[in-house]
Write a protein that binds this ligand. Structure first.
Ligand code: MG
Length: 248
């Protein structure tokens, strides 16, 4: 495992990329309404990212055909934007990667379209809070899998399924780099966290089973039982004190 510790200049590039990533989310949030297509959301994001002298990290990444990922309802991650129109009651997870001077910031949020079921509101809230629970462990005294265990401990009592086949990851020089960050309980505490590490922690939580499958498009990951799924992710910098969320 090769974990890249970032220097101050590299962190400053990541800070810029991550800020634009966060602003793109804020912009898209204002457009999530019944009738808009996922392709339209993608175009708005792409334009905004490029107008800020950045590039969308995901376009062309391992052949991904679009600039952001849009995963609706039972789609967990890696949904490909297209002609699908959002309807009231839908939830949509949007994952955005932004690149500035070859450094990346990565963040995902799940949004409600119109009025949604109470269960889905709770799903979105629990997913977000599980990230913030794990953030408490993001200090140099702690180890990588303390992050995983904090998410698992928080989510399990709600009875939701935690996706284990897809993990968080190091981010910065690449969209995905070491270390892999599981979101479910691990036996060992893993490697120690060190200042200068930049981690994308991204719990994916399902109303029902944690089991998933992939669509024939070889991208879209869905829940096996058709229940809805939520996603929350930020790029986090480990420091000598409190962690810093770069994508906020
Ligand atoms: Mg992401």
């Amino acid at each position: 495992m090769a974990v890249f510790i970032k220097n101050d200049e590299q962190i400053s590039f990541m800070r810029t990329a991550s800020k634009i990533c966060a602003r793109t989310h804020e912009l898209l949030a204002t457009h999530i309404k019944p009738g808009i297509t996922t392709d339209e959301l993608c175009a708005i994001a792409d334009d905004f990212i490029r107008s800020n002298d950045c590039k969308p990290s995901f376009l062309g990444y391992r052949g991904f055909p679009k600039s952001i990922c849009t995963s609706v309802n039972d789609e967990v991650i890696h949904g490909v934007p297209g002609l699908r129109k959002l309807m009231s009651g839908d939830i949509i997870s949007i994952d955005i990667g932004v690149c500035f001077k070859r450094f990346h910031g990565d963040a995902a949020r799940t949004y409600a379209c119109g009025s949604i079921k109470e269960t889905h509101k709770q799903l979105i809230d629990v997913t977000k809070q599980s990230f913030f629970e794990s953030l408490k462990c993001c200090t140099e005294e702690n180890r990588l899998h303390d992050i995983s265990n904090a998410i698992d401990d928080y989510v399990k009592p709600f009875g939701f399924g935690i996706v284990s086949e897809w993990c968080g990851h190091g981010v910065g020089r690449q969209v995905h780099e070491d270390p892999q960050i599981p979101h479910t309980r691990q036996e060992k505490r893993g490697p120690r966290l060190r200042r200068g590490m930049t981690l994308a922690i991204e719990p994916m939580i399902n109303v029902g089973t944690e089991e998933i499958y992939m669509l024939d498009d070889t991208w879209t990951v869905l829940t096996r039982d058709g229940e809805y799924s939520a996603h929350y992710e930020n790029t986090v910098l480990i420091t000598d004190g409190e962690p810093e969320i770069l994508t906020i």
